[in-house]
Write a protein that binds this ligand. Structure first.
Ligand code: NAP
Length: 262
C-alpha cells in the first residue's frame, strides 16, 4: 500500500473532486481514499479515468457505510460502489465504523466472500479499537489488512500502534493534519522552519517515521503537491522525539456512534 494517499472527504463538488484526483495521480500519488458516505465515488472514478495513469497502478480504497453492514447490503452496496468508481475491483474495502448494523461474523463474512470472488483484494476496518480488532480477526480466516483511524501529532494512538504492530495490521492515519490543527503547534512550526518545509510536511513525515500510511485530504494543486513533497522530508531522531513528547489527546472526529471507549 503506498505510504501516502489522497483523502477525499468533503471534496464534494464533483468536477473539483475529479480534478483533485487527476492532479494527485499525475503528481505521483498512487493511493486514493473515498467512502460510500462521501457521495463522491463517481467523481473519484472520473478522476482516475481522466488521469494518465493505469487503473492497475492505483491503490483504490472505499468504505462500506454503517447502514449497509448486513450480509446482503455489504455485497449489494459494494457492487454499487464498483459501478460508481468505474472499476471491477477494489484494492481495499473498509468497514467504516463498528457501529449500527455491524456484526463481526456477518459483516466481515460478506467482505470475505467479496475477496474470494475477486471483487476486493484486501479487507480493512476503520475506527476499530483493539477489542474490535480481536473479535474481527477471530470472525474470519482472511487477514484484516488495515485499520484506518484518526492519527496525527495531537492524537498519537500509542496503544493501537502497539497492538497493530503485534498483530501485523497496517495502520492508516486519517485526518493526518488534524484537519488543520497541527499548523498551530509550536514544536511542529519550529521543525518546519528548520527544514524550510511546511507544517503539513512535518506532520506527514512524522507519521511515516511511525510506519503509518497517511491520507491527507487536499483539494487544489498547491496542497496536493505540498503534501506529496513530504516524502522528501526526513526528521532527525531528536525531532521525532520532540513530536512524540507533545502531550495532547485531541480528536477531530467523534460522531455519536463512535466506540464507547472514546
Ligand atoms: P486532514 O487531511 O487532516 O486535513 C484536511 C484539511 O487540511 C483541508 O482543509 C485541506 O484544505 C487542508 N490541507 C491539506 N493539505 C494542506 C497543506 N499542505 N497546507 C495547508 N492546508 C492543507 O483531514 P481529513 O479530511 O479529515 O482527513 C483526511 C482523509 O481521511 C479524509 O479526506 C478521508 O478520506 C479520510 N477520513 C476517514 C475517516 C474515517 O472514519 N475512516 C474520518 C475522517 C477522514 P484543502 O481541502 O483546501 O486542500
Amino acid at each position: 500500500m503506498p505510504v501516502l494517499g489522497l483523502g477525499t472527504w468533503e471534496n464534494d463538488d464533483a468536477e473539483q473532486c475529479a480534478e483533485s484526483v487527476r492532479t494527485a495521480l499525475e503528481a505521483g500519488y498512487r493511493h486514493v481514499d473515498t467512502a460510500q458516505i462521501y457521495g463522491n465515488e463517481d467523481a473519484v472514478g472520473d478522476g482516475i479515468a481522466a488521469a494518465d495513469v493505469d487503473r492497475e497502478d492505483v491503490f483504490l480504497a472505499t468504505k462500506v457505510w454503517i447502514d449497509e453492514l448486513s450480509h446482503d447490503d455489504v455485497i449489494e452496496s459494494t457492487e454499487e460502489s464498483l459501478d460508481r468508481l468505474g472499476t471491477d475491483y477494489l484494492d481495499l474495502l473498509y468497514v467504516h465504523w463498528p457501529a449500527r448494523e455491524y456484526e463481526a461474523e456477518e459483516t466481515l463474512g460478506a467482505l470475505e466472500e467479496l475477496k474470494e470472488d475477486g471483487k476486493i483484494d484486501r479487507i480493512g476496518v476503520s475506527n476499530f479499537e483493539p477489542e474490535h480488532l480481536e473479535t474481527a480477526q477471530d470472525a474470519i480466516d482472511a487477514p484484516i489488512f488495515a485499520n484506518q483511524v484518526e492519527m496525527h501529532p495531537l492524537l498519537q494512538q500509542r496503544e493501537l500502534r502497539e497492538y497493530c504492530a503485534d498483530t501485523d495490521i497496517e495502520l492508516v492515519a486519517y485526518s493526518p493534519l488534524a484537519r488543520g490543527d497541527v499548523f498551530d503547534v509550536d514544536v511542529i512550526s519550529e521543525i518546519a522552519d528548520a527544514h524550510d518545509a511546511s507544517a503539513a510536511q512535518v506532520s506527514l513525515a512524522w507519521l511515516r517515521e511511525k510506519g503509518v500510511t497517511a491520507i491527507p485530504k487536499a483539494t487544489g494543486e498547491d496542497h496536493i503537491r505540498d503534501n506529496w513533497e513530504s516524502l522528501g522530508a526526513s526528521l532527525s531522531d531528536e525531532e521525532v522525539e520532540r513530536i512524540d513528547d507533545i502531550d495532547r489527546t485531541e480528536r477531530q472526529v467523534h460522531p455519536d456512534f463512535a466506540p464507547d471507549a472514546w
